[in-house]
Design a protein around this ligand. Structure first.
Ligand SMILES: [Zn+2]
Length: 558
């Protein structure tokens, strides 16, 4: 395999390693896995004043007497209770409501972590829990579909092929294939930022050859939550990115000192976004200074003073443009700026003035330097778009920054509006020709610009404002139905379909005030006669007389 990320193994090695994966969950692991699921207390009535209960949290069966726990008897089926035996919060479920308990079957994404020789083994898949009349504590089963083995310098992945047989999929024994890359075990669901999963055996990382990988410290820095301690046993939480983390660590041991020195965001870029920043970082280096491509003295300076990767990137950019002499100067100039320094850096880079001049300029203005820095950056941004001459000092560092900022921002808004309007003008003329129409005291009016549509939505309190840009660029067609006596006053809004053939055009939506939520009659009924007249005319190809007035075949009274 070319460029394979995975390490080649001899058939014997592969067989041995593959055979080392646990085939089931140990008792301790299973007890942990039970905590991944919502807890239930099942109950059935034994006479009027006694409930027989089984709790999935403590796995106990017991009886509860109404005289002793009257509070527990006030809770009904699907209410939230505290288990009278163990005190855990649980959902109270009446056994009698379930025939076979199939509706309570559920699964959770999980990984099981173990060790074998100098390998760290991880298998990923689903933990299933289900119930039947025999066991209301719940059955737990782990069914892995991806397997990974990691050791310093080495990494392997296998996945199960899914075989189809008469429409049912099943995983036959031996149906595992070796992969060429280490792929993440789970896909993000639509609502997820990270494809998170539950870890089983996370403490085994500390026993393995990858014990210095700092995954726990990195996870804590990125997400907050300390992994593997006693607290975790009591209240486990989902983790993410473990597989890519280990895959990267097996060939980039520098991740250890990166996390320890506080550069966890460098590791995040690598693991979560696949960005190694090779232009700034030397991944073959054996010590931190070489890794950051700094002299020993500069690295000490950098580390002692702040240790921030974004700043290092900022320094490199300015250094390349010759806007700062060296790291010592950079560090000296950063003094006193705090978080605002990143703005000063960006401003200097954008205006192409030295970092020192940028700092002096911002401090010379009659406002708080951090505010000046933000204003300057906004101004430079607008000025760049408006193509101002930023080589002139009076343009790139104006003495009256606040005023110049407001002027540039206003010009930019006008320029952007004008650009949109120039594009819309031709479409507007076409729409007027095709759709504007007056009869029976009503008019169809074409929106003149974005603001018209936004205003329509605001006045009528419906959502047409969100369609404004799409109308202007032609993705949807919005029209206004107005009273002839008050053509400027929002009344009813129409969304027309967008077929090219005028005979196929139809009304997609038509709404008046608040989408008729107040119970008013729908406008398509109130103005049915007019709408038919108008749409028939549109279907005929919008004929007009010499004065531009619509020509309708026969005028019917509304
Ligand atoms: Zn319990």
């Amino acid at each position: 395999m070319k460029n394979a990320e995975c390490t080649p193994l001899t058939p014997e090695e592969e067989k041995e390693l593959f055979g080392a994966f646990p085939r089931y969950l140990g008792d301790k692991e299973e007890a942990l896995a039970r905590k991944f699921f919502p807890q239930y207390v099942f109950f059935s009535a034994e006479g009027k004043n006694v409930r027989r209960c089984i709790c999935t949290g403590c796995m106990e069966g017991f009886f509860v007497d109404k005289a002793i726990r009257p509070d527990f008897f006030r809770i009904k089926h699907k209410g939230i209770c505290e288990c009278p035996n163990c005190g855990q919060r649980a959902e109270l479920l009446a056994m009698g409501k379930y025939g076979n308990f199939d509706s309570l079957r559920s699964h959770e994404r999980a990984v099981q972590i173990s060790t074998y020789k100098d390998w760290l083994l991880v298998q990923a898949g689903y933990v299933f829990r289900w119930f039947d009349h025999e066991d209301l504590g719940g059955y737990i089963e782990f069914s892995p579909s991806k397997r990974y083995a990691f050791a310093p310098g080495r990494r392997v992945m296998w996945k199960t092929g899914v075989y189809y047989s008469f429409g049912h999929d099943f995983w036959p024994d031996g149906g595992w294939d070796k992969a060429d890359r280490i792929r993440t075990p789970f896909q993000n669901r639509a609502y997820e930022v990270d494809a998170a999963f539950w870890p089983i055996g996370v403490e085994n990382i500390a026993e393995s050859s990858l014990r210095y990988c700092q995954y726990g410290a990195w996870f804590d820095a990125e997400y907050g939550g300390s992994l593997g301690g006693l607290d975790f046993d009591l209240e486990p939480f989902r983790i993410a990115h473990l597989i890519r983390y280990l895959a990267e660590y097996t060939r980039r041991p520098q991740m250890e000192f990166l996390v320890k020195l506080g550069f966890h965001q460098v590791v995040s870029d690598l693991v979560m976004r696949g960005k190694p920043h090779k232009n700034i970082l030397g991944w073959s280096a054996g010590n931190p200074a070489d890794f950051f491509r700094l002299s020993k003295a500069d690295f000490r300076l950098f580390k002692d003073i702040r240790c921030d990767f974004e700043e290092l990137k900022g320094f490199r950019t300015l250094r390349r443009q010759g806007l700062v002499k060296d790291l010592a100067e950079f560090v000296r100039l950063s003094d006193g700026w705090g978080n605002g320094f990143s703005l000063v850096r960006s401003g200097a880079a954008q205006a192409r003035v030295s970092l020192e001049r940028a700092g002096r300029y911002l401090k010379s203005l009659d406002m708080k330097p951090a505010i000046a820095a933000q204003l300057w950056l906004d101004y430079l941004d607008a000025a760049g778009k408006l193509k101002y001459d930023l080589t002139r000092d009076d343009v790139r560092m104006p003495g009256d920054l606040a005023e110049r900022h407001d002027l540039a921002a206003a010009s930019l808004r006008t320029a952007e509006d004008e650009k949109a309007m120039r594009k819309y003008r031709a479409r507007y003329r076409r729409l007027v020709e095709q759709f504007s129409f007056t009869a029976d005291g009503l008019s169809v009016v074409v929106p003149g610009n974005i603001q018209d549509i936004v205003r329509e939505g605001r006045v009528l309190q419906h959502c047409v404002g969100g369609y404004a840009e799409r109308h202007v660029n032609g993705a949807v067609t919005i029209l206004f139905l107005r009273k002839e006596s008050a053509p400027g006053v929002p009344y009813v809004t129409i969304e027309l379909s967008t077929e090219n053939n005028c005979r196929e055009l139809r009304i997609r939506q038509i709404h008046g005030y608040r989408n008729e939520r107040d119970g008013g009659p729908p406008p398509e009924r109130v103005h049915g006669g007019f709408l038919k007249l108008w749409l028939d005319w549109v279907h005929e190809g919008s004929p007009r007389d010499a004065e531009g007035r619509p020509v309708v075949k026969e005028v019917t009274a509304a």
